[in-house]
Each structure stands twice: as structure tokens, then as C-alpha cells.
Design a protein around this ligand. Structure first.
Ligand code: FAD
Length: 501
């Protein structure tokens, strides 16, 4: 096949990729973005682009025959998941031994399916995780730049206190306060002005209409509305969708060569394409970028990649759990899907935990307080390319470390409030902590180990990583603001030093 060439290619279209595409386009560099998922801009028969969590259809998940929502059951009943026909839907759940990873698929990557929480980590913890990065510059320049570009805003505290839609957060806050724990508002990229109009009945419901993990039809500033829209607006950026890059190699003259498979809506490969570029940016996410690099090293295509490539992977200590409230502590039948508050016990040196107060919007009162805890689990795993597939050597014992950290905090909350855990949410009554999935895959090509201090991959020139694989397995809060800010830092440096004529 003929080789299609561009000065720069970006693989993926999530946070790291979107930043790369915009900054390359603004610098006047013709850039091609290759994304394996769909462009989500066309309404289905119901007039909506995305389906909601209450009645998922084929648009919900990436080539599955049944949805795989994080909550397996409710009151032990298998009422949460639904049979669907296989289709390139927006949310994927990738299964490894002992750990499955949720990721977004489509133009915008994780921004299409995530909870919009836009959190900046404590500066001291960032410095601990990234000892070689100048924190003054990070917190003075790149975090503010990322937050501004992403459109971060905060809920109006007065509205928060009065609306039925956040009763669930206030009830959890009370339980935390009874335990002597601090709660904090969490910024978001969901437009709270829009949400208040949803509540007032003057705008079509999205966050208040059970839309989130299978996409939001309104209100959310996902990357296709921010960075990627601006990138396309430069006139220098072209997007190819439904194309999965399967191999990267380097020609004798230093050109990067890529093989991509274009698929149709059934998943069948309809074309195998070859691409060439001078500058290659990997933004396929922790799983996608790790796969491409580990595969290239193990097949001999890129033998000079560092031995650390594929290592340093972690779950950001994710654990999901539910508590059962007393009958008088209602959480409300109406719940916004966008979390706005967290229990912040990260400063507790004995057991640092940041726990988001998560919604469980079923449309009826269920007295469940749901949480996604982020713990400081130090366990890490490594990827390998084995028998033609990506493997991850995460063990159940490594998940148990996150659970014991979350349990330590929530045992305190239960004891201070005389409450118990919910036993009916995760498939079997012996499972009260969902420790077998993560929303926050991080690592695999860690900054300063597998790359230099700016995401330049060691062993090769003009090869860059800009996504979550740079983060060493844990960042203590939800990761997308950090991924975006690090990508801004990389692009500022690369455009100043590497691409100058
Ligand atoms: P991604 O956003 O994962 O983007 C990678 C893109 O590359 C995807 O579009 C993928 O389809 C594409 N791709 C992969 N491989 C290839 C290939 N070989 N060829 C072509 N394309 C490829 N984080 C927060 O900060 N706040 C939250 O509230 C939050 N909630 C979340 C809720 C859910 C349900 C999920 C799944 C995640 C959540 N996250 C949240 C995590 C956040 O979305 C991720 O950390 C973030 O999206 C990672 O960004 P990235 O740039 O590393 O890659």
C-alpha cells in the first residue's frame, strides 16, 4: 500500500493527544491524528448521540454483547447490565488477569465517558511523584494553562446546598463530618450553568438525566469541544477515525513508519494502511501507548527502547464501595451524575485517601452512599507482549493493598455513624469493595525513566509520549488535569527545541 505522509502524527485523541495536536497545529506543523474509535457527532434514531446509563444500547460499549458497568448488581439483582449488539461504542472495559481497565473510545478519548472531575494534586505529592519536574513552573504555568483550556468550573455553593440533585453529596459530607474528616469541593469540566438550567427545566437533561459513562449529550466540555475543536480550527490538523495503529517502526532515513487497521462498524478490518512521519506523538493512553511500545521492543522493531518501558503501571489506588445509610439519612431519588465533592484525607500520613462522593442515579431512593476511593497504593505492574496479546502482571494481592487502605478510612466512617457497608453492589455478597477495575490507568512509559524529563522516548529521536503512561502509577487525585498539564509542558519544550527549522 502507498505510504501516506505527514510531518507529524499523533496516535489517539485523548488528553495528551489533543494537547499535542493543538500545539502542533498552532505551530504551523501539518499533523495527522489517528483514532481507533468513532467521531461522536451524529444522532441515532432517538435523536441523541449517546445513550444513558439506564437504558444502554449498542452505543454504550466497545464491541461487547452485554454492558459491563462498574456496578454489577443492585439489591443483588442483575438489573444493571443489558444485552447489546457489538458496535464501536464509547466505553471499553479491557480485561487483564485480576484487573480490568475502563477507557474511552472515540474522538476525545476518556473525556467522552469520564466524570469530569478536574482535580489538581497537592503540590508536595506531585513533587514526590515527579522529582525531576520543576514544580514552580508546573503550578505557575502548566496547570493553570490546562485548567483554562479544559474549561474548569465549580458548582455554586448556594445552589449545591439547596438542590435535591446533590442531596447524596450532602449526606456523605455529614457522615464524614461525624468522623472528623474534611470534605472539599471538586472542580469539574461539566458546565454548572447548564446543569442549573437542567434543574430548572429549561435545558435538556444530561447530567441530571443519568448520562455519564456512556457519554453526555449536553453540558460536558469534552475534548472534542475544547482542545480538539481548536486543533482542527488551526487548519493544520486532520483526523482519521476508526483506525487503530498496530505497529510502529523506523525507516533507515529516520522516518517513523506506522501500520494502521481501519475497521467498520462490525469491527472487521476493511483496510490496512501505512503512514510515515518525521515527528511521532504517542497519545493512545496508558494501555494503548504501552502496547505499541512494548510490542515494538519485543518484536525487535524498536530494540533500543529502555528496559523500563512497560513498567511502573498502577491503578491510582482505585477502590469503589458503598455504605448503607440510616433510613432518615436519605440520598435522594434524583442525583446528578457529576461528582462535586470528595473526602480529602490525603494529608493523613498514616493512611492517605482521597474519596470521591459518587452518585448512584437510579431514579429511586436507595440510601446508598457510593464512593470511588483513591489510595496511595505503592504496588506497580508491568506489561508484556505475549502470544500476540498485551498482558499485565497485576495480582489480586496488589488490589488487596488498595482495599485495606480504603477499608481503614471507611471503617472509621461506619463506626462514627453506626452504619455498615452495602453488600449487594458488586456481584456477590462477599464483595463489598470493587477492587478489580480501575478508571485511572497510569504508567507504562514513566517520565524521567522511559523518557527524558520532557516525554522524549529514550533510545530514539523525534518520538514522544504525551499521555497517562508518563504518570508513575499514582497521582492521588483524578488524573486528567495532570495529564493535560504535563502534555502542555512537553509541547512547549519540544516546539521550542526539536521542531525549530
Ligand atoms: P485517553 O483519554 O485514554 O485517550 C486515548 C485514546 O487513544 C482513546 O481515544 C483510544 O481510543 C485511542 N487509542 C488507543 N490505542 C490506539 C491505537 N493503537 N490507535 C489509535 N487510537 C488508539 N479522570 C479525571 O481526571 N476525572 C474524572 O472524573 C474521571 N472519571 C473517569 C470515569 C471513567 C468512566 C473513566 C473510564 C475514566 C475516568 N477518568 C477521570 C480518567 C481519565 O478519563 C483518563 O485518565 C484520561 O482520559 C487519560 O488520558 P490519556 O490522554 O492518557 O488517554
Amino acid at each position: 500500500a502507498a505510504v501516506e505522509s505527514a510531518p507529524a502524527i499523533v496516535i489517539g485523541s485523548g488528553y495528551g493527544a489533543a494537547v499535542a495536536a493543538l500545539r502542533l497545529g498552532q505551530a504551523g506543523i501539518r499533523t495527522l491524528v489517528l483514532e481507533m474509535g468513532r467521531l461522536w457527532n451524529t444522532a441515532g434514531a432517538d435523536g441523541k448521540i449517546f445513550c444513558n446509563t439506564a437504558s444502554p444500547d449498542q452505543r454504550s460499549m466497545w464491541f461487547k454483547t452485554r454492558t459491563e458497568a462498574p456496578l454489577a448488581t443492585f439489591l443483588w439483582l442483575d438489573v444493571v447490565n443489558k444485552d447489546i449488539s457489538p458496535y464501536p461504542g464509547v466505553l471499553d472495559r479491557v480485561h487483564f488477569d485480576n484487573m480490568s481497565v475502563f477507557v474511552g473510545r472515540g474522538v476525545g478519548g476518556g473525556s467522552l465517558v469520564n466524570g469530569s472531575m478536574a482535580v489538581t494534586p497537592l503540590q508536595s505529592y506531585f513533587a514526590e511523584q515527579f522529582p525531576t519536574v520543576d514544580v514552580t513552573e508546573m503550578y505557575g504555568t502548566y496547570y493553570p494553562r490546562a485548567r483554562a483550556m479544559l474549561g474548569v468550573n465549580t458548582v455554586d455553593p448556594a445552589w449545591f446546598e439547596s438542590t435535591e440533585w446533590y442531596r447524596f453529596s450532602r449526606t456523605s459530607r455529614k457522615a464524614a463530618a461525624n468522623t472528623g474528616l474534611k470534605t472539599t469541593f471538586v472542580p469539574s469540566v461539566y458546565d454548572f450553568g447548564y446543569m442549573q438550567r437542567e434543574a430548572a427545566g429549561t435545558a435538556t437533561k444530561s447530567a441530571l438525566g443519568q448520562e455519564v459513562i456512556y457519554g453526555n449529550n449536553y453540558g460536558k466540555k469534552s475534548l472534542d469541544k475544547t482542545y480538539l475543536a481548536s486543533a482542527l480550527g488551526t487548519g493544520n490538523v486532520t483526523l482519521h477515525t476508526m483506525e487503530k495503529v498496530t505497529a510502529i517502526s523506523r525507516a533507515g532515513d529516520g522516518t517513523w513508519l506506522l501500520t494502521a487497521q481501519r475497521i467498520d462498524d462490525t469491527g472487521a478490518v476493511v483496510e490496512t494502511k501505512q503512514y510515515g512521519c518525521t515527528y511521532l506523538f504517542l497519545g493512545a493512553g496508558s494501555l494503548g501507548t504501552s502496547e505499541l511500545l512494548v510490542r515494538a521492543r519485543q518484536t525487535g522493531a524498536l530494540p533500543a527502547l529502555d528496559a523500563s518501558v512497560g513498567t511502573g503501571w498502577g491503578t491510582n489506588g482505585n477502590v469503589m464501595l458503598g455504605r448503607a445509610n440510616h433510613l432518615w439519612d436519605t440520598v435522594g431519588a434524583n442525583q446528578s451524575t457529576m461528582p462535586v465533592m470528595g473526602i480529602d484525607d490525603w494529608a493523613n500520613a498514616d493512611n492517605p485517601v482521597f474519596a470521591e462522593i459518587a452518585p448512584l442515579p437510579t431514579g429511586l431512593e436507595h440510601w446508598v452512599s457510593l464512593y470511588l476511593a483513591i489510595t496511595k497504593n505503592p504496588e506497580r505492574a508491568a506489561f508484556s507482549w505475549t502470544n500476540g496479546a498485551l498482558k499485565l502482571n497485576w495480582s489480586a494481592a496488589q488490589s488487596a493493598v488498595s482495599v485495606s487502605m480504603a477499608k481503614k478510612l471507611f471503617d472509621r466512617i461506619n463506626s462514627a455513624n453506626a452504619t455498615i457497608y452495602r453488600y449487594d453492589l458488586f456481584g456477590s455478597s462477599s464483595k463489598i469493595f470493587a477492587d478489580d477495575f480501575t478508571y485511572h490507568p497510569l504508567g507504562g512509559c514513566v517520565l524521567g525513566r522511559s523518557t527524558d524529563n520532557y516525554g522524549r522516548v529514550k533510545g530514539y529521536s523525534r518520538l514522544y509520549v504525551t499521555d497517562g503512561s508518563l504518570v508513575p502509577g499514582n497521582i492521588g487525585v483524578n488524573p486528567f488535569v495532570t495529564i493535560t498539564a504535563l502534555a502542555e509542558r512537553t509541547m512547549a519544550r519540544v516546539l521550542a527545541e526539536d521542531t525549530a527549522p
